[in-house]
Write a protein that binds this ligand. Structure first.
Ligand SMILES: [Zn+2]
Length: 367
């Protein structure tokens, strides 16, 4: 690996080869990659600020090119990648390979490709008298619930400026994405009452209660589907998925515990937390009275595990208008997957998603 502390111009391809060589799977450290980027920027006279995580294993990075006294345009990417475990790769995923004009390697598309393009432009940005600054905004742990970008956003207007506008370079084949669904994750815990399975009247089977709750989730989804649909999305409604379930001890014991996890792919306007409340109302109305009549400790509780709000840049948003003009397109798209755009938009930065590569190759073997 070549040293980055040089002011030599590198092509996007050369930079991408360097970035892919760092295994920045979310559970590993991304600091060596961040240091490489910091040294590269320093080589072009740009000072980068590292914003490390509390455990010191990861770091965000923020750099400004141009005037320091006003908010500018943020070019945002995440440094982490998804694991390659169990995937049938034809080549070493951490060594970029070019074949038939395509670049292969973990992160080439999601999303070190965009970061490499941004970094390759730095000498040009730095050579210009910019009236509006450009911010390079790099996060960690996007792939495990956008946990890295949140502490960086919390520093906006404290230790780093808040960008006026943010371009999130996730792979969209260079189409402008101005809306996406959000993701809400929940876990519902059921406490029943154990009993010998020959004496069911003395117990409350938690797995059967889970079955009732899961059926109710289907009805909640139907109600919301009837109330809110949006043809920009595929599917055009907020969908609910029950993703895992756990419970039971032995064939002759009424199971006292059951937990299941579920999630909502929410559209802008969907009240996903309201869906969790509807489930609880149903539990309190239809299930808990008879459960507690058998045993007072019976309980049903839903915990929120994670929230990525839906993203909607808005019709006349500054980011949307600027990027459409720059790339000479007049159409925007809505996508079903989530990005950090939700958090930037929620923090008051006008945001769109646009970047090289296709989401179809992201997270796949031979990316
Ligand atoms: Zn990504």
């Amino acid at each position: 690996m070549s040293s980055a502390s040089q002011s030599r111009k590198l092509s996007p391809k050369e930079i991408l080869a360097e970035l892919v060589a760092f295994d920045t799977t979310s559970d590993k450290t991304n600091i060596p990659m961040a240091e490489w980027v910091r040294d590269y920027l320093a080589g072009h006279g740009v000072e980068a600020k590292m914003l490390p995580s509390e455990d010191g294993l990861h770091t965000n990075m923020f750099a400004t090119i141009g005037p320091k006294d006003k908010p500018g345009i943020g070019l945002s990417g995440h440094m982490d990648v998804v694991p390659t475990t169990g995937q049938p790769w034809d080549t070493n995923p951490y060594e970029m390979v070019e074949r038939d004009g395509r670049l292969y390697g973990r992160g080439t598309c999601d999303m070190k490709g965009f970061i490499a393009c941004v970094l390759a432009m730095v000498p040009e940005f730095a050579a210009r008298k910019l009236s509006t600054p450009i911010h390079i905004v790099l996060s960690y742990d996007e792939e495990v619930g956008c946990t890295g970008v949140k502490p960086m956003i919390a520093e906006f207007e404290k230790t780093i400026p808040k960008p006026r506008l943010v371009i999130v370079g996730e792979p969209t084949l260079m189409s402008v994405v101005d809306a996406h669904k959000g993701g809400y994750r929940f876990r519902t815990d059921i406490t029943g009452k154990d009993a010998h399975s020959s004496k069911p009247q003395l117990g409350v089977g938690a797995i059967r209660v889970a079955g009732e709750l899961i059926s109710e989730l289907g009805r909640i989804e139907e109600r919301h589907k009837a109330a809110l649909s949006n043809p920009r999305f595929d599917p055009p409604y907020a969908s609910i998925t029950v993703s895992s379930i756990e419970g039971g001890i032995a064939h002759n014991i009424i199971p006292p515990k059951c937990s299941f996890t579920w999630g909502v792919r929410a559209m802008p306007g969907t009240d996903a937390l309201g869906m969790a409340r509807e489930l609880q109302d149903y539990a309190e109305r239809e299930l808990l009275p008879w459960m507690r009549a058998v045993h007072p400790d019976c309980n049903i509780e839903t915990h929120t595990l994670g929230i990525l709000p839906p993203f909607d840049s808005g019709e006349g948003s500054e980011a949307r208008t600027l990027v459409l003009k720059l790339i000479g397109q007049n159409e925007t798209y809505a996508v079903p997957y989530g990005t950090e755009a939700s958090h930037f938009q929620a923090a008051g930065c006008s945001t769109v998603v646009i970047g090289p590569g296709s989401i179809d190759q992201a997270h796949q073997p031979n990316e």
